[in-house]
Design a protein around this ligand. Structure first.
Ligand SMILES: Cc1cc2nc3c(=O)[nH]c(=O)nc-3n(C[C@H](O)[C@H](O)[C@H](O)COP(=O)(O)OP(=O)(O)OC[C@H]3O[C@@H](n4cnc5c(N)ncnc54)[C@H](O)[C@@H]3O)c2cc1C
Length: 422
């Protein structure tokens, strides 16, 4: 770790990307302030997966015990056909992934993962300066009158200046717009239902009990739709993400409430077990329009840098959006952590060099999956299924490439492999 890191970083946005960046920078001795619009930091009630490229970073931050207390480990990835549930392909995860990539494939409740990161940022006894967190602080302006000390200005008039300002404020990033980056937002025409189905109701039905017998990360493929589900909190919930064509209302409003009936009805003509499973959702079903950002390698303007969905929001069809933001965080911290104030500009250039192409490839691969997942039955679908049987990945990116992650130079991160040795 570099010696004299007295400069300050302001991070706008306390989501998974912003907090992972805050903790990574803290670990390298930088003083960090997170400026978050919400009155209370948190995450939505939904699941999230981290493949080894992201788990490696989280474990490298010293969080292994905390993560092991909240994670659920899937044993396989299973791909099924919509009409009869027939298994197209099955890939072992579990220990095989750890042996191959040196880090696990894990599932969590988002709120649990967010809490682990936040606690570590605020832990008075942890290494590095405690992260300052300002809540109820919606950034509405930037003051760049001193280009070396950009400041975020909040709606209630607070001013947060630092040597670097990081926009980690999500897909509709205000920092991005205020700093004058290109408008890269694109609507996909699809929407995602999200639901947490109580594990006990899944267990009580013989038609769905198989979902708890062995933990899987499951993807069902069908015409114009797909469905992803996995267990979190050791069986407390089955997390469901169901992608279907978007309605006009949701395209306009971005998100809205929905019911288990709506959700099950979308899959009424699928294998009986699908509507049986979806109908068990309770009141917390929601639906979200699927927007993404077009690939764009411009992530830095002077001392303002973007991170996470603010620069590379992608469709969730590789389950990699937050994971890529964690890679951003690790690389940004490596680069800023090894320079003094005079080296900040070059460090930011290296951050983008190391990350933008990589994340852009994942954005493109996620987009490719939109068509790949949703083929109608026929020759193209059969060719896809054949590819899935043979190919260790979904798009032109192999899991080997994706799960190895952006190369990191930190010896602590490299040693994680040994932490997981049997
Ligand atoms: C259905 C679905 C499933 C997904 N599954 C996965 C998965 O399994 N694995 C994975 O890696 N990724 C997944 N993703 C992607 C992942 O959710 C996102 O990429 C990730 O949450 C982005 O994190 P972020 O910190 O960049 O942005 P966000 O999580 O959006 O956080 C931005 C933060 O900034 C705050 N903010 C916004 N505007 C302002 C402002 N003006 N001032 C101050 N604060 C502000 C917000 O309140 C928020 O807290 C999925 C996405 C979807 C839609």
């Amino acid at each position: 770790m570099a010696a004299s890191q007295s400069f300050e970083v302001t991070i706008v946005g306390g989501g998974l990307g912003g907090l992972c960046a805050a903790l990574s920078l803290r670990r390298r001795g930088l003083r960090v302030t997170v400026v978050e619009a919400a009155a209370e930091l948190g995450e939505i009630g939904a699941g999230i997966q981290t493949a080894p490229n992201a788990s490696r970073i989280l474990v490298g931050l010293g969080l292994r015990p905390e993560l092991e207390a909240i994670r659920t480990q899937p044993e396989d990835q299973v791909r099924r056909r919509w009409a009869d549930g027939g298994i197209i392909a099955q890939l072992p995860l579990g220990q095989r992934v750890i042996d191959t990539y040196g880090a696990p494939y894990w599932h969590y409740h988002r709120a649990d993962l967010h809490r682990v990161l936040l606690d570590a940022c605020l832990d008075a006894d942890g290494p590095g300066p405690v992260v300052r967190v300002a809540t109820g602080a919606t950034v509405v302006d930037l003051d760049r009158s001193d280009p070396l000390r950009p400041a975020a200005i909040t709606a209630d008039g607070r001013r947060f200046a630092g040597d670097v300002l990081v926009g980690a404020d999500g897909i509709r990033s205000a920092v991005r717009d205020l700093a004058g980056f290109d408008d890269t937002l694109v609507f996909s025409g699809e929407m995602a239902y999200r639901a947490l189905i109580p594990g006990e109701t899944i267990a009580a039905d013989p038609a769905t009990r198989f979902l708890l017998d062995r933990y899987h990360s499951t993807i069902w493929y069908g015409p114009d739709k797909h469905l992803v589900h996995y267990v979190i909190r050791g069986g407390q919930y089955l997390n469901v993400v169901a992608i279907v064509p978007c309605t006009e209302t949701i395209a306009r409003d971005w998100s809205g409430p929905a019911s288990a009936e709506d959700l099950a009805a979308e899959y009424a003509d699928w294998d009986d077990r699908v509507p049986a499973m979806l109908a068990k959702a309770k009141d917390d079903v929601s639906v979200w329009a699927m927007y993404r950002r077009r690939r764009d390698p411009v992530w830095v303007d002077g001392r303002v840098a973007l991170l996470g969905d603010a620069c590379h929001a992608m469709l969730p069809y590789q389950a990699q959006g937050a994971s890529q933001s964690m890679e951003d965080a690790a690389v940004l911290a490596e680069e800023l952590g090894r320079v003094t104030r005079s080296g900040v500009d070059d460090a930011l250039v290296r951050y983008v060099d190391r990350r933008a192409k990589h994340a852009g490839m994942v954005q493109d691969a996620s987009l490719q999956n939109m068509d790949f997942y949703h083929l109608p039955d026929g020759p193209e679908q059969r060719a896809r299924d054949e590819k899935l049987r043979r190919f260790d990945g979904e798009s032109d990116l192999s899991y080997d490439w994706l799960w190895s992650g952006s190369p990191l130079t930190d010896p602590d991160t490299e040693s994680i492999h040994y932490q997981f040795a049997r």
